[in-house]
Write a protein that binds this ligand. Sequence first.
Ligand SMILES: [Zn+2]
Ligand SMILES: [Zn+2]
Length: 180
Amino acid sequence: MPNETKAIADIYYDPTLTPDAVHQAAEEMFLTMYQTPPSERDLNNHRYNSSVKSSTKVKTNLASIPPIKGAAKQHSFRMYLQPQKWLHNDSLNPEHWSCVRDDGGVLNPVKTTDPIAPDSVLNSIFCHCATGCGGRCGCQKAGIHCSSICGCDGACMKSAPIQEQDMEDEDLMDFEDILK
Ligand SMILES: [Zn+2]
Ligand SMILES: [Zn+2]
């Protein structure tokens, strides 16, 4: 392990770290691991640049693309939790360190708490519902709120996404309209 990485890893032995300190150390580690140029200190920018670079190659190497900040943050909490457990520090509650219990009581990782896409992308999806937003509403299916550019003018106040329904022709038309 290079000295630089080891120095960052060493702080994970400290049983008194705050979530902020854990997250900051991890971000430094990810920047080092993914060979981010010294001029770039933002993991999201580096992810974007790596994706663009990777997409121009004949063989895409997904392993060269770093995680987004939100995922790196959640991962860092578990990266800290694990060695602390090995060191018999039982004062840390896993549910405060990026783990969530399912209905059976099993701990699962929280992958990220960030939105699935930037607002600018989410806001570019809209429905054409003229007579109220029902089961065929594209916004509902995408799990987003309707807005003033929707057919319903954002007045429907629908928010609960319908999960197990396939896209229908009407919704596909909406996306085609966006691409024009
Ligand atoms: Zn709608
Ligand atoms: Zn809508």
